[in-house]
Design a protein around this ligand. Structure first.
Ligand code: UDP
Length: 416
């Protein structure tokens, strides 16, 4: 059964009951100051991962605010995405064997996407390392303001990859990071802007119990047994095998079930291999559901499965921000998540969730929640309030607009 409000794209007025009228009025005021300026976002995929998730929600609302905004993607190819995935892992501090040939592949594809990507914005937000070389257009497009938006934890990157990327980054007018821990010494201004979720998207809007039941039934999940879940691309850094190991420890004491919910991103070539390993490690343990959700059902199914969960886990080894944690907290769920990347900005240990550092720790925290529902409920309520105050899309739109404006008014005071 489809959600009752599935086909209605949310409008600005629909956010008033959640964030208040003042917040929406302020967005309208700021948007007026961007009249005549076009904003362009550029990344490397329209589906899969947090960047695509956010841009999908940001664009329609900013258009409704009257902002001239567009989202384009660069053209890559499998060899290029293999290299950029290695870059991604290396920036997160994972050991990667990068050869000179890999850097050549990157530069060859970069030359072609620099030619083929039309720069239309007065302000261009370039997301992550894949399209970073677009800054080479700056010489011929002197009036454009360029922002590099980093979604990765670069607190301890491979020096070789960071040095290579820095030559591009320092050409930008500004950079944008998700956590103060991620910033690096740079000659350009750095802005701290956290990601956010859309509370009214299909992924996050309220669902009827009957809609949740229908999804559980479709995937053969028993609604009477406690559900532990993790939603993530099948990626080593999301540690799905660690989640299974933690579940095996929990299962010794509690008759629960585990759901791993995953998809793959167009710019992530590792997914299929990770999924195979995940299936192998689940063999022989009952009640593990490993789901690969079809794209057309993704948002409603993820929403329903998160809402059906007793505990939501995000056992990442490295993380940018982890929108999956934001989504889980917003749904009022008790969350157990690793103390990595942007997760501690969302979870204060024992206040808005439980942080963990290893497989055994995750198992212990999951059991604490399952065995103490009042404790779980209290932390979940705190978590939801924290997300409402800090990590909803209206705050992100406000900060995107202010950052864009600030690049045209260096040192000026802007009166709204
Ligand atoms: N996601 C999804 N379906 C999946 C797996 C992930 O819709 O099967 C979404 C998830 O709900 C979240 C985004 O992809 O909105 C992942 O963002 P996050 O910041 O957690 O991680 P990233 O993939 O960007 O590293």
């Amino acid at each position: 059964m489809a959600s009752k409000i599935e086909n209605k794209a949310p409008k600005l007025k629909d956010y008033i009951p959640i964030v208040g009228e003042n917040t929406i009025d302020e967005l309208k005021l700021i948007a007026k100051h961007l009249k005549g300026k076009k904003i362009q976002h550029i990344n490397s995929t329209r589906v899969g991962g947090g960047v695509a998730e956010m841009l999908t929600c940001v664009l329609p609302l900013m258009k409704e605010l009257g902002v001239d905004i567009e989202w384009d993607i660069i053209e890559g190819n499998p060899d290029f995405f293999n290299v950029t995935k290695k870059f991604h892992n290396a920036l997160h501090g994972r050991e990667e064997s990068l050869t000179d040939k890999d850097f050549d592949i990157y530069l060859d594809t970069a030359r072609s996407y620099i030619d083929s990507t039309k720069i239309k914005g007065d302000v261009v937000f370039v997301h992550d390392p894949q399209p970073i070389a677009l800054i080479q257009n700056k010489k011929k497009l002197k009036k454009v303001r360029w922002i590099w938006r980093c979604h990765v934890d670069v607190s301890a990157p491979s020096e070789r990859v960071w040095d290579f990327l820095s030559t591009f980054i320092e050409g930008y007018d500004a950079s944008m990071f998700s956590s103060p821990k991620f910033t690096r010494p740079l000659k350009i201004p750095q802005f701290l802007i956290c990601p956010a979720i859309d509370p009214l998207s299909k992924k996050n809007m309220p669902l009827e119990d009957s809609e949740i039941d229908e999804v559980l039934h479709r995937y053969g999940i028993d609604k009477k047994k406690p559900i532990i879940s993790q939603v993530s691309r099948y990626d080593y850094l999301k540690d799905p095998i660690g989640v299974i190991e933690s579940f095996k420890l929990v299962k010794k004491y509690i008759d629960a079930q585990l759901i791993l919910i995953g998809n793959s991103a167009a710019d992530d070539p590792e997914g299929a291999k990770v999924l195979e390993e995940v299936k192998e490690s689940a063999e022989g343990t009952a009640d593990i559901h490993i789901l690969l959700i079809p794209p057309e059902q993704n948002d409603t199914d993820v929403n329903a499965l998160q809402r059906a969960s007793s505990v939501i886990v995000q056992k990442s080894l490295k993380e940018g921000f982890a929108l999956t944690v934001t989504e889980a907290l917003w749904k009022g769920k008790p969350v157990v998540a690793s103390a990595v990347g942007g997760i501690p900005l969302q979870i204060k240990h024992k206040y808005s969730g439980l942080l963990c550092h290893c497989i055994e720790g995750a198992a212990l925290q999951i059991r604490q929640f399952l065995q103490n529902p009042a404790f779980a409920k209290r932390l979940a309520a705190n978590g939801k309030a924290h997300i409402k105050r800090n990590f909803l899309i209206t705050r992100l739109i406000r900060e995107h607009m202010l950052l864009a404006l600030s690049l045209f008014h260096k040192g000026d005071v802007i009166t709204l």
